[in-house]
Design a protein around this ligand. Structure first.
Ligand code: MG
Length: 347
């Protein structure tokens, strides 16, 4: 007969065989509010499960990645993007003998704060709200505050730091230096996997939408990275594992190892990302759907700030400031919800 109260301890003991650079759940920096440990799951496994059961996670299904409310069934949504990031990151994590549970939790939570209409919605809220808006800050706000009726999920510090630090922003994608010295290696794996996922699945969506032909991608890049989606993902993942192998070794004095690509594959990946900005993202952000999305977000924001009584009652408790409450409400909307609400309000 198994004593179920030992299951978590056994899982924690198995983590001792992970790399010395892995984050171990038994030595987690902990939660804001102390809790009794789960009898079966480690702290990071528990965080992963909490994220999956949120309302915000369910809504990712109906949020735009790049193409706004597309008609076809095979376009990537924020949810399928999240699952792809999780799978790529777990593959790299397992290969490097890091903590797969932590990677999974960060991956599944990283985009919870994304607005409707992808980065167009994000940019609009940033422009409208005096406090500014970044989706990674909102992801953290979702898990720390908005879920569970304003009490948040009380996640471990490692998962919260990973969610907050996932965005590339203006930083170089495959920096030779560790960027956030306080972040875990698992968080860095997620950060890079996010980019690998979107660069590759957005090519597929752009071809699907007729914005790009596969042959438009310069052969100088496809010769290095591969000619199909699976070849390219495989090249990038294998290159990272090979070039980050030092992470699997023993902790030594001096410069810590980094998660990185080789110069050749890293440069081709950066160039492919730039190519996507030039030929897909910048183009999409100017089309009619994008203009309509901007109009909807702007109209909703203006109207709801003046008619706060229309907010669902729970949002009133999330902040003392009207504008902040409206931002929380709009950021949580799916594309369709935002469009329908704007239409129903005659905006
Ligand atoms: Mg993402």
């Amino acid at each position: 007969m198994i004593d179920r109260f030992e299951i978590r301890q056994r899982s924690e003991a198995r983590e001792e065989a992970l790399s010395s650079y892995a984050a171990k759940s038994g030595f987690s920096l902990g939660r804001e509010r102390t809790e009794t440990p789960d009898p079966i799951r480690t702290a990071f496994q528990r965080d992963r499960d909490r994220i999956i059961h949120t309302h915000a996670f369910r809504r990712l299904k109906h949020k735009t990645q790049v193409f706004i409310a597309p008609a076809g069934d095979h376009y990537v949504t924020r949810l399928t993007h999240t699952l792809e990031v999780s799978q790529i990151a777990r593959t790299i994590t397992r290969a490097l003998n890091l903590n797969e549970d932590l990677t999974e939790a960060i991956s599944l939570g990283h985009d919870l704060g994304h607005t409707p209409f992808g980065h167009i919605g994000e940019d609009m809220l940033d422009e409208l709200y005096c406090g500014g808006f970044r989706h990674y800050e909102q992801s953290l706000r979702v898990v720390e505050k908005l879920e569970k009726d304003g009490t948040g999920l009380n996640l471990t510090k490692e998962v919260r730091d990973g969610i907050f630090g996932h965005s590339k922003g203006e930083r170089p994608l495959f920096s030779p230096e560790r960027i956030l010295s306080e972040s875990t290696y698992e968080a860095e794996v997620v950060r890079i996997s996010d980019a690998i996922a979107y660069i590759n699945h957005d090519i597929g969506d752009a071809v699907r939408a007729g914005v790009l032909a596969a042959a438009d991608i310069p052969t100088s890049l496809t010769d290095v990275l591969g000619h199909t989606h699976s070849e390219r993902v495989n090249t990038m993942v294998c290159d990272i594992v090979e070039n980050s192998w030092a992470v699997t070794g023993k902790t030594e004095a001096g410069n810590p190892p980094v998660i990185r690509m080789s110069g050749r594959v890293g440069q081709a990946t950066d160039a492919l990302r730039n190519f996507m900005f030039e030929h897909v993202y910048n183009v999409q952000s100017q089309n009619r759907d994008a203009q309509n999305a901007r109009r909807v977000v702007r109209a909703l924001y203006g109207y709801l700030v003046r008619h706060e009584e229309l907010l669902p009652p729970e949002y009133l408790g999330y902040s003392d400031e009207t504008e902040r409450r409206v931002v929380d409400f709009i950021a949580g909307m799916t594309d369709q919800y935002a469009m329908n609400l704007a239409r129903d309000m005659g905006l």
